[in-house]
Design a protein around this ligand. Sequence first.
Ligand code: ZN
Length: 215
Amino acid sequence: MTQVRIPSPPRGTLTGVPSQTSTVDELRTGGTILPIIRWGNQILHRSARPVTAFNDELFELVRNMFATMYAAEGVGLAAPQVGVDLAVFVFDCPDDDQVRHAGVMCNAEVILPEGKERKLHASDEGCLSLPGAYIELARPDHATCRGLDQNGDQVEVVGTGLLARCLQHETDHLNGIVFGDRLSGRARKKLYSLHEDSADLYPDDWPVSPRTDSA
Ligand code: ZN
């Protein structure tokens, strides 16, 4: 994986307000755990609003998203999943070499390999907004994700393995697509029945309240 940062024009130059930035490490601690919204809520099924303000409010949202993702033991979480209509996701996910990558991606787009470069990999996929259910889904094994980081700087992440899947899954969320939308009708039915089987374990405000078998 490579991560390239391209500096943006200096912030605050027009207003004279000092520019404020934050690192991913600063944002990965100190947040508040929020309830995760489930599939069927309309916020998960429409495109999210692009992020245009890179400020303390965004930092606080991102901090809360990291706290929520870690509490839910996920590898990625998009703002609509905590009920916020903004095109931003956080991730902390291993790649094919088991190297962990953590970051923030706003206004993300995914570029997938084409032609001979395109290889599909089928693996179990799940979603924190449909907890307890996993099913196999084939996706390209490489993905390049471009967007802006928490400070509004352009960023590109090239993912392999689970990270490639995560970047595609989370960018889908920003576009109002859940992975059930990419399944056959039969696979989707199976997925919902797996979710039904374990739904009782997840309180409505999970992960604010933990899974009932881990309390
Ligand atoms: Zn998801």
